[in-house]
Write a protein that binds this ligand. Structure first.
Ligand SMILES: C[S@@+](CC[C@H](N)C(=O)[O-])C[C@H]1O[C@@H](n2cnc3c(N)ncnc32)[C@H](O)[C@@H]1O
Length: 490
């Protein structure tokens, strides 16, 4: 991140600082907004009164639930904003300080630790969350320093941490004494990748992962894109509505790559008639291209219309593949291991020739001989960090190795289930080589498959990496950082 502050809201207490970065609105999926779909505390408490304005109280509430309840900020925050009936300006401010704080956590902690002269693990976690929100305002927004300091101290008092108010005051004042850019200069680590990771507020291992694929001069742009609000992509369901019609109805713009994509600049996609009527849905353009590639890649011999989606939940690609199957007279078996996610698939493929099966894609009992199979593998999600503000700090590099085993086994299972001459599309929403090329290369070395040129099925998309697979990037293509390889069974 550079400390250039761009976009966003008008300051509540204006001063001559530049504006903060704009933020993602995110998707809404789970009911109570927690990763498990349940957050008991969310049901008993709305927003704790801390003696300050609602946006800051809401920001604290979200941080607290993310920390203690494993919640997703982009699910909790919209619900609280609606319940608390914030006007547009206050909602914008709450969104900015909540998402901005969560995205910049590592960087804010480095500043707080330096100002407090102690590691953040030695600071009371509730006080630390309040300090993070305060430090974010000072370093990244136009909020007046004195307002940020006063409200921080009040919030610590509001939490009844009276013996920490002096500490919070001292830390905040120390932070305000040094301009943001100087904090970065002072605290940035040694080494180019570590430096870029720090400045773009990412753990270093994620920057290392991206750097294995990108030229050095592009790394900062790629990481910075994780903090930018993604344009909403709609998919116009084939056979229901064309992208041209959808663009006309929504005032959006037709997509650059997918023939079904429409870009929406603003507004709530849930309010759009074609979305309410099931003719269109929200779907990243990269995902649309992958679903389309499954159907377009050439099989050898006749396509008998037996298609498989081995990791289907929540059903975005299954719905597009299903719509294309309906036009082609094909049928799709969609497999999902999680009961809850299988229900989401059922909902998204309603009326389409898709049969949903709950089970493990490695072992589920289905007749072999598919013409086409999709393995949209469970992955680290490093390619979709822009969709969840806290995600980059939650993920661990150690998550990747166990996923690799599962990814390979699912790919092997799909290859075994496809007939000779059939195609298997392997995709991830991660660019990490361990989850992408390394899985595919292992399969190429061990199994009877050949690799097709995936770029040939991504119309108009260039700069997709070396070799036959395609690596998309938000900063290059506007899509999530999706990977796709197309394999054909010999
Ligand atoms: C990346 S998501 C798939 C996204 C989906 N294709 C879409 O476009 O909406 C991976 C899915 O695989 C599921 N999964 C994980 N392990 C699985 C397994 N062994 N068999 C089948 N599905 C599995 C996860 O629950 C998750 O829903």
């Amino acid at each position: 991140m550079s400390l250039e502050k761009s976009g966003g809201f008008r300051s509540r207490t204006p001063k001559a600082k530049s504006t903060p970065k704009s933020v993602s609105r995110g998707q809404q999926q789970k009911k109570a907004g927690s990763r498990s779909g349940r957050n008991p505390r969310a049901e008993v408490r709305e927003v704790r009164a801390l003696g300050v304005d609602k946006p800051r109280e809401i920001a604290y509430e979200v941080l607290d639930r993310v920390r203690t309840g494993d919640a997703y900020a982009n699910l909790v925050l919209p619900r609280l904003l609606t319940k608390q009936k914030l006007d547009t300006r206050d909602a914008g401010f709450a969104t900015e300080i909540t998402y901005g704080t969560l995205r910049n956590l590592g960087l804010l902690d480095a500043v707080i630790s330096s100002a407090a002269n102690r590691p953040v693990k030695d600071i009371d976690p509730e006080v630390l969350d309040v300090l993070r929100i305060g430090a974010y305002q000072v370093l990244f927004t136009r909020v007046e320093d004195h307002a940020a300091v006063d409200t921080t101290v009040k919030m610590v008092g509001g939490l009844k941490k009276f013996n920490a108010t002096g500490f919070a005051n001292a830390v905040m004042r120390t932070i305000t004494r040094t301009p943001a850019e100087q904090w970065l200069d002072k605290l940035e680590p040694e080494g180019e990748i570590a430096r870029v990771a720090f400045r773009t507020a990412h753990p270093e291992w994620i920057a290392q992962s991206f750097s294995r694929l990108l030229p050095a001069e592009e790394l900062e742009d790629a990481l910075a894109a994780d903090s930018e609000r993604p344009v909403v992509h709609l998919v116009a369901r084939p056979g229901e509505i064309s992208a041209e019609e959808l663009a006309l109805i929504t005032g959006g713009e037709e997509g650059r790559y997918s023939p079904y994509a429409v870009y929406l600049e603003g507004g709530d996609p849930g309010d759009i008639d074609p979305v309410q009527q099931g003719l269109a849905a929200v779907q990243d353009e990269g995902s649309q291209l992958i679903a389309r590639a499954l159907v377009e890649a050439p099989v050898e011999g006749e396509d008998h219309g037996r298609w498989l989606d081995l990791c289907a939940g929540p059903g975005g690609k299954a719905a597009l593949v299903g719509a294309l199957a309906r036009m082609d007279g094909a049928r799709v078996d969609a497999v999902e291991v999680s009961d809850h996610r299988a229900k989401l698939v059922e909902r998204s493929v309603s009326g389409l020739p898709v049969k949903v099966h709950v089970g493990d894609g490695r072992t589920i009992n289905l007749d072999d001989g598919y013409d086409r199979a999709l393995v949209d593998a469970p992955c680290s999600g490093l390619g979709a960090l822009r969709r969840r503000p806290e995600a980059r700090w939650r993920k661990q590099e150690s998550d990747i190795a166990p996923l690799n085993t599962l990814q390979y086994e699912l790919l092997e299972s799909a290859i075994n289930r496809v007939r000779p001459g059939g195609v298997v599309v392997y995709s991830t929403c991660s660019p990490d080589l361990r989850e992408t090329r390394e899985v595919v290369d292992r399969a190429l070395a061990a199994l009877p498959i050949e690799e097709l040129d995936a770029a040939a099925f991504m119309p108009g998309m260039d700069n997709t990496g070396e070799g036959k697979s395609v690596q998309m990037w938000p900063h290059r293509h506007g899509t999530d950082a999706m990977f796709v390889a197309i394999l054909r069974k010999r």
